[in-house]
Design a binder for this molecule. Structure first.
Ligand code: ADP
Ligand code: ZN
Length: 826
């Protein structure tokens, strides 16, 4: 190479959204070098024929010595799509969670930003083909749209041949931006605000005279009359009256209501509605905080003057959300952005309307289940710090957004295990990553929970975080009355009907008679998880995984909950051939069936993974419960989430024992949290709620603590145990899972890693040990657990783990082995 060319050469290091650890270098010209900045996207050729979208890391002039760099394909952005603050946060994430920067990018950017040769595009649903000639697009854009009218979808490589050129991503980018095309993705749930039906008097009857005349004319239609009278008692001031409420209070059928509407006496109208009733308050005005809330609010504000992180420990229904709202309002006044994180989309939908009522269009929602276009839009609003995204509500992935100046991050239900991402990498914890993000922005973080995680409470005790407690429910409503029901005793005295104790049945009948609702919680789905032969003891097993199959009565199938394998229910035992298959244990489906026999006149519904699979199934169940269309809801964990239902008076826990006996060091903490969360669904209004917990171990410490809401007691005992057994919060943990199709290879790999890691980490490496389910989807698994004492350097330990992992990956004999590294496993 001659030296003149050499000095004029420019290069760019880019990061590809793939799990490879190194950055890749491409050649660029001088103009491009002056133009490109960190955080912009370029498309680059990779391998033989692939095209990827990559992020620019840095521009430089050092010629790579080991290979000759290719040229970039093209530049895709005019300004960085990723900000410097995001870049810092993502670098932290990759290094803390021991994954690659590329993996973080893949998780962080909506897929529409990461077009690659494998991407499939199609016309967007709203695209109007009739106006195609009038669209303000380039000829090439036109060609693509035209092709998509003939073929429902195209590969990016197809587009290359249609346009007869290699560089096509910018053309597609343009079409995406204008919303003409979409990137094909796995199923997502688009958020549609819920509409609720309300009833009012038609304006023709506004005057008292007209009204009196009307009532007189209805003297022989007492039911219609009663509807109108009821409407008047309900419609005080400017309060809206829901159709269901009206029907219930006046004891009228839907048909009567319909008649009055058809006659023009009543009018129906629809309002976008959130899932929480406002009890008549005008949207737009903040609620008056109660003295207890006011106190908590000012303590939080004071705490933020000392420390950037504060834990709000407030019992269920204490009105934490209203406190958040006030905090948000204050932050918005300063022109800063707010991120409000929730563990799950389910809770997000309940909150959206509530926040929109206060902050209007300033509220944006971000969730990985939203459509690509919606996500891209929110991304842009946040990047531009536009008015439309001052408050972002979202699940954990919302912390990847390009915030410019965050003032506050709220992490609600901070104890929820679903804040932790398990697959794919980065295996990050939403709460912990949020605190780091806040730190980068110099923002405050408020963690909120009725049952804080041991980690957070410990940090508060250590005075790393501020701590504010709110011990009374809003409106001084009493916490539900809790009672343990001894199952052993009930069985002995023959006071059981199916899985229901007499105590529970009596309480259920009372509740139903009063017109109130019931939630029943059972920690298992399916009909009766384990089927076994009473002759030989064999249980039908999944051929791909080491688990017993679960019986699903509804479909009369045996199913595997790990891989989805299923067969028709067997008549006879596969091992001995006898027709003596019996069902042990019980799940939500069986309870549902029993309920239908026990309460044939009442409406029973089930909420678990099987019944909420469809697009809107979950929301529909919640709506039905709110609208009083369900009397008894039976469900798994899902019913425990922080949902706010008005008329649930009784909560029954069918069997607490399988929670407590779960083989995990967090089992007790989790049981406590879950049981109190479920209990918190009962009696959120004036009538006091009741919670009945059926158990074989009524003297179990955790259950005792649950009944008196003794968080402190649970905390002291559990931390003592954690200390003794070297678990968080005293030790940090890293879990390594080794997977291989070959059993022996898996074992050898596990031992190799254990040995290599022990060289430095000594006795703090546990395993390899087979997990309870030792084979999933035909891969054998083994696990190592590394414990890291507080005084040991975390970065150094992680660097060492990575070094061992790299050596391992280079070994030919283990090339078929997969290794999953999970930092702070949940
Ligand atoms: P938490 O999140 O602590 O479980 P919520 O914030 O959901 O509790 O509040 C419980 C209920 O009390 C909600 O229906 C809410 O609207 C109501 N509420 C809370 N604070 C107030 C207030 N200051 N004024 C009126 N209603 C309130
Ligand atoms: Zn399976």
């Amino acid at each position: 190479m001659n030296s003149i060319i050499e000095t004029s050469l420019f290069f760019v290091d880019v990061i590809l959204p793939i799990p490879l650890r190194q950055a890749f270098t491409y050649a660029i010209n001088k103009d491009e070098a002056a133009y490109l900045k960190r955080g912009m996207r370029v498309s680059v050729p990779f391998g033989k024929s692939k095209i990827y979208t990559a992020l620019v890391d840095r521009v430089h002039q050092q010629i790579p010595d080991s290979y000759e760099p290719k040229e970039i394909d093209q530049i895709l952005d005019e300004a960085p799509l990723v900000t410097a603050k995001q870049w810092n946060h993502w670098e932290w994430m990759a290094s803390y969670y021991l994954c690659t920067f590329g993996e973080v990018i893949r998780a962080a950017l909506p897929s529409a930003f990461l077009l690659e040769s494998e991407t499939i595009i199609h016309l967007s649903a709203s695209f109007d083909a009739t106006s195609i000639d009038a669209l303000p697009i380039t000829d090439e854009g036109f060609l693509v749209l035209e092709a998509l009218q003939h073929q429902s979808s195209l590969h990016i490589n197809d587009v290359r041949s249609i346009l007869d050129r290699k560089r096509v991503l910018s053309v597609l980018q343009e079409l995406l931006q204008q919303g003409y095309i979409e990137v094909k993705e796995t199923l997502y749930d688009a958020y549609t605000p819920k509409q609720k039906r309300y009833i009012r008097m038609a304006s023709a009857y506004a005057s008292e005279e007209k009204l009196r005349a009307l009532l007189d004319s209805l003297s022989r239609a007492p039911k219609q009359r009663s509807v109108i009278m009821t409407l008047f008692t309900l419609r005080t001031a400017d309060k809206n009256v829901g159709s269901v409420q009206l029907q219930k209070k006046s004891n009228a059928s839907a048909a009567i209501l319909r008649t009055l509407i058809d006659k023009g006496v009543l009018e129906e109208y629809f309002l976008k509605h959130d899932r929480v009733s406002y009890d008549g308050d005008d949207p737009g005005h903040l609620k008056q905080l109660s003295p207890a809330q006011e106190q908590a609010y000012s303590e939080i504000v004071q705490s933020f003057e000392q420390k950037p992180i504060c834990l709000l420990h407030g019992v269920t229904s204490s009105g934490k959300t209203e406190i958040y709202v006030k905090l948000i309002e204050e932050v918005l006044k300063t022109g800063k952005q707010v991120l409000y994180m929730l563990p799950e989309i389910a809770l997000t939908t309940q909150l959206i309307g509530r926040l929109q009522a206060y902050f209007g269009s300033k509220v944006a929602v971000y969730h990985s289940k939203y459509s690509v276009n919606e996500r891209v839009e929110v991304w842009k609003h946040v990047l531009e710090n536009s008015k439309k995204a001052q408050v972002v509500i979202g699940a954990r992935s919302s912390l990847f957004l390009p915030f410019s100046s965050l003032g506050l991050i709220l992490v609600d239900e901070e104890h929820e295990p679903s804040f932790k991402q398990y697959n794919p990498a980065p295996r990050y914890h939403g709460r912990d990553a949020a605190m780091l993000l806040a730190h980068i922005h110099g923002a405050n973080t408020l963690l909120g929970s009725a049952t804080p995680s041991l980690e957070s409470f410990y940090n508060a005790q250590q005075e790393k975080y501020g701590l504010v407690s709110l011990t009374e429910r809003y409106g001084k409503i009493l916490l539900p009355e809790m009672e343990l029901v001894d199952l052993q005793d009930a069985y002995r005295k023959k006071k059981m009907t199916g899985h229901f104790s007499e105590r529970l049945l009596v309480a259920m009948r009372e509740t139903l008679a009063a017109g109130d609702q019931i939630i029943l919680f059972q920690n298992r789905r399916g009909y009766s998880p384990v089927v076994s032969c009473t002759t030989c003891g064999t249980s039908p097993q999944c051929p791909n995984c080491d688990v017993s199959l679960t019986y699903h009565q509804h479909k009369n199938q045996l199913r595997c909950h790990y891989c989805g394998y299923h067969i028709a229910m067997l008549h006879s035992c596969m091992a001995c051939g006898m027709e003596t298959l019996d069902t042990k244990g019980f799940g939500t489906e069986q309870i549902e069936t029993e309920l239908q026999t026990l309460f044939p006149k009442h409406r029973v519904a089930r909420m678990d993974q099987d019944t909420t699979r469809g697009k809107n199934a979950y929301r529909k169940l919640i709506d039905q419960l709110e609208e009083g269309e369900i009397d008894i809801l039976v469900g798994t964990q899902m019913v425990a989430k922080g949902l706010d239902f008005r008329n649930v008076r009784l909560v029954g826990v069918m069997q607490a024992d399988n929670l407590l006996n779960f083989p995990d060091f967090r089992a007790h903490e989790r049981s406590f949290q879950l049981l109190l969360q479920v209990a918190g669904r009962a009696g959120r209004t004036q009538k006091r709620g009741k919670v009945l917990i059926q158990t074989y171990n009524p003297h179990h410490q955790i259950l005792q603590q649950v009944t008196v809401n003794d968080y402190q007691g649970m905390y002291s005992e559990e931390t003592e145990e954690r200390y003794q057994y070297k678990y968080p919060p005293f030790f940090r943990t890293v879990k390594i899972t080794v997977k291989a199709r070959n059993f022996v290879t898996m074992q050898q790999a596990g031992h190799w890693l254990a040995q290599a890691l022990s060289l430095q980490l000594k006795e703090h490496v546990l395993g390899p040990e087979q997990p309870p389910v030792g084979r999933i989807r035909n891969e054998y698994l083994t696990c190592l657990l590394i414990k890291i004492p507080k005084q040991q350097s975390l970065p150094k330990t992680k660097a060492f783990i990575l070094q061992v992992y790299r050596r391992f990956s280079a070994l030919k004999e283990f090339s078929s082995v997969k290794v999953v590294i999970d930092v702070d496993p949940a």
